[in-house]
Design a protein around this ligand. Structure first.
Ligand SMILES: [Zn+2]
Length: 381
């Protein structure tokens, strides 16, 4: 069980190492020079990115492109694997392919006829992705929109296999092994999901990014009083839809400022906070050349998705524990909450939410790139 979520008083908070502590109410006065610099950078970033805010339901394009680009660079040294990827993708890079599953989602609004805009890639890739879309339409069951995430409750200490709420046979933890079995030839390319080997590589390039985004794996659930709780199959409460139903408020310049939808914040804002203005190619070259700590997975590749989900759950938990939830609105009979606020709690001696989240994303994107390359190497060598 978690410690009770106590409201935090923002006044009279001291940050160890700061020259000015407990003096006045300005956050800036209480920061040490390094934290001050970090905060200023983040505030500028926030202002820029809020101008470019877009709705997103996965790591935004940049996060996915980076994961693909790191894998491209890792595989460049393994010619036989790189050649097979090239052949399956008709020369499209993993960097470019990694965002196609989200582009497909934006073409397929529930209840509407899918848009006809062509995707990046060859005619064959377009035809296969269209067939995949038609076999898993947005308003169907299963829907390709559901393949990108799972919603394991963050309250308590559940692992993916430790319960049923939020999981499904077509969630990301099931779809990654499905793609793996297609590439291994254990599931025919003529399967009911219309996942060919080419589509499988495209989906893996994308889902490996998504499963490294904490809010694609863990979700908060609320009881009828609007308090976080541990749901059960008999009482599922109201889900936050992976943070899509919550608005995040982070601390900037001593005030709680809206950072937009909690889920979208982790998809896009954190990636920009983590990598700043540097070019994706520069970042990917650096990260592909530096081995991340604790990235290796063990056992059969079919088990990797569940290992990845369990690996990121503590971070998903922390992403929620650092917040307090207010004004949670729900309607009797609904599956999800209607809306609510997720506000940063600042604890003495601990980094700001934005700084912690950016560091987390940097590490996860790095590991995701290495793991995508390792997975494709296992499957295609
Ligand atoms: Zn996604």
């Amino acid at each position: 069980m978690l410690a009770p979520r106590m409201p935090v008083t923002y006044k009279r908070l001291a940050i160890p190492g700061s020259e000015v502590t407990q003096k006045g109410d300005s956050w800036e006065e209480r920061l040490n020079p390094r934290e001050k610099k970090q905060m200023k950078k983040l505030i500028v970033g926030l202002q820029i990115v809020s101008l470019l805010a877009a709705s997103a339901y996965a790591y935004g394009p940049r996060g996915h492109h980076l994961v693909g680009a790191i894998a491209d660079k890792r595989l460049a040294k393994k010619k036989p694997v790189a050649n097979k990827v090239k052949e399956l993708l008709d020369g499209l890079t993993l960097e470019a392919a990694a965002t196609l599953p989200d582009e497909l989602k934006s073409l397929d609004d529930c209840g509407k006829k899918p848009g006809t805009k062509p995707l990046n890639g060859s005619k064959r890739i377009n035809n296969e992705m269209r067939a995949f879309l038609n076999a898993n339409r947005c308003d169907g069951n299963p829907s390709h929109h559901d393949f990108h995430f799972t919603d394991v409750p963050v309250f308590g200490d559940e692992k993916y296999g430790g319960g049923e709420v939020g999981r499904s046979n077509f969630d990301i933890v099931h779809m990654i092994p499905f793609c793996i079995r297609v590439l291994k030839g254990q599931v025919p390319e003529t399967n009911g999901r219309a996942i060919t080997k080419t589509v499988a590589v495209i989906l893996l390039a994308h889902y490996l990014g998504d499963i490294h985004q904490p809010l694609h794996v863990g979700a908060e659930y609320f009881n009828a009083s609007g308090n976080p709780f541990e749901p059960a199959t008999t009482n599922k409460g109201f889900a936050d839809q992976g943070g899509n139903k919550l608005t995040l408020f982070t601390l900037a310049g001593g005030k709680k400022v809206s950072a937009g939808k909690f889920h979208s914040y982790w998809d896009g804002q954190t990636v920009d906070n983590a990598f700043g203005a540097a070019a994706n190619q520069t970042i990917a070259t650096k990260l592909a050349g530096t081995e991340p700590a604790n990235w290796k997975l063990t056992g059969a590749v079919e088990t990797w998705a569940e290992q990845l989900a369990n690996d990121i759950l503590p971070l998903a938990r922390e992403a929620h524990e650092r917040l307090e939830f207010k004004n949670i609105k729900s309607k009797t009979g609904a599956k999800d909450i209607v809306s609510g606020r997720a506000e940063e709690k600042k604890k003495p001696g601990e980094p700001f939410y934005a700084i912690w989240a950016a560091a987390t994303v940097k590490d996860e994107v790095h590991k995701a790139g290495w793991r995508l390359a390792a997975l494709l190497e296992e499957l295609l060598q």
